[in-house]
Ligand binder design. Structure first.
Ligand SMILES: [Zn+2]
Length: 373
């Protein structure tokens, strides 16, 4: 059965191996030694060429019952810095850094849970589906490992990403996000000698922005103008302003509607053009991460619900407002939900881990994976 003490000790081991984004090799090598000893087949993909990490994604195949569909379990190898000097202390069921600082519970608690599951399966000999264990690089700097993963190497079409806080919460959906760059061009002129010849790009940009909403647009949509750059000197009518921002929504139509409003507002303020074509504006957008939504009656969810019932734990369904590897997996045909591992206050100097919750995550998954649904 899941061994809470062994799980905790493994978590502490993992903390001792520093693994900031792009420098995941030591941790990956450690995991190869752990899983090979447990009968796993370990290999790396070639994502490092694109992610610029010193390691590819690590994939471990654990054999299981051949008549069952394989299941993916994923955690990311990299942590947000600084974790170099992490000195974990345990107090009242909580592990945190002795000084202020990160311990990298995001996502080493997820990795520790996956190791504990493999050890427990080995010990008990319990039947389970074939498992694809996936340890991605560079999650924290743009989901790069997941983006450049060689999906042909993954057999599973469904699974669990262990990368959230509360194991009583199953994340079934996350938004799509796009980022954009808007460039407004006016005309430069000396501000004191011939301001009439100039077109002030800052002014035009301000007029457009003033007509647009920002912040929370509705309960599933947000818009932010986050960066603005422009102008060269106080005595020059500014020629160019660049605005960068993002839109997130669980409903793709709402992203398109907002984008339409933005383009319209900037077209309007740059519509009266001189013979040189100024003012004008251009807009560029790109995806940050795709949305996902897993139905509540999907097998990945049903399995967890049943396991929670068996353990007397009440589960909640939730959504997340950010991107994670799960967004990318779902787009690539692997239906994934996100499960919490006991990490808390992640990415902040107050980060800590609730040991009991990490144990609960392992118990839930152990139960879920030994059920036939
Ligand atoms: Zn994470």
């Amino acid at each position: 059965m899941i061994d809470p003490e062994r799980l905790k000790l493994e978590f502490l081991n993992l903390i001792a191996i520093n693994s900031p984004s792009t420098r995941e090799r030591d941790l990956a090598q450690y995991l190869v030694s752990v899983f090979e000893a447990l009968g796993g087949e370990c290999f790396f993909d070639h994502s490092a060429v694109y992610s610029r990490s010193e390691s590819g994604n690590l994939i471990v195949r654990l054999p299981g019952r051949e008549d069952l569909e394989p299941v993916l379990l994923c955690a990311h190898l990299d942590t947000v810095e600084p974790t170099e000097e992490a000195r974990p202390v345990e107090e009242g069921g909580i592990i945190r850094n002795e000084r202020k600082g990160l311990i990298g519970a995001d996502d080493k608690s997820g990795i520790a849970v996956i190791i504990e599951l493999a050890r427990t399966f080995r010990e008990t000999g319990a039947e389970h589906p074939p498992l694809d264990l996936l340890f991605t690089t560079c999650e924290e700097i743009g989901l790069l490992g997941a983006r450049y993963l060689d999906y042909k190497l993954i057999r599973a079409r469904e699974g669990y990403v262990l990368d959230s806080e509360d194991p009583r919460e199953v994340i079934l959906r996350a938004p799509e996000a796009i980022k954009f760059t808007l460039t407004v061009r006016g005309r430069a002129a000396h501000a004191g000698l011939e301001p009439e010849k100039g077109i002030n790009a800052i002014k035009l940009c301000a007029e457009a922005l003033a007509t647009l909403p920002t912040g929370r647009i509705d309960e599933e949509t947000t818009l932010n103008f986050g960066v603005i750059r422009g102008g060269k000197a106080v005595n020059i009518v500014p020629e160019e302003v660049v605005v960068e921002g993002e839109i997130r929504s669980h409903d793709l139509k709402k992203i398109e509607a907002l984008w339409g409003k933005i383009e319209e507002a900037f077209s309007r303020v740059t519509s009266e053009k001189g013979t040189d074509g100024r003012p004008d504006f251009s807009a560029k957008r790109e995806e940050m991460f795709p949305q996902f939504r897993v139905p509540e009656d999907h097998r990945v969810v049903r399995r967890l619900v049943k396991a929670a019932e068996d353990l007397g734990v009440s589960l909640r369904f939730a959504r997340r407002e950010g991107g994670s590897d799960a967004n990318i997996f779902n787009r690539n045909g692997i239906t994934c939900v996100i499960l919490g591992t006991g990490m808390r206050r992640v990415h902040s100097p107050e980060e800590y881990l609730v040991v009991e919750d990490m144990v609960l995550c392992a118990r839930l998954l152990y139960r879920a994976l030994t059920l036939e649904v």
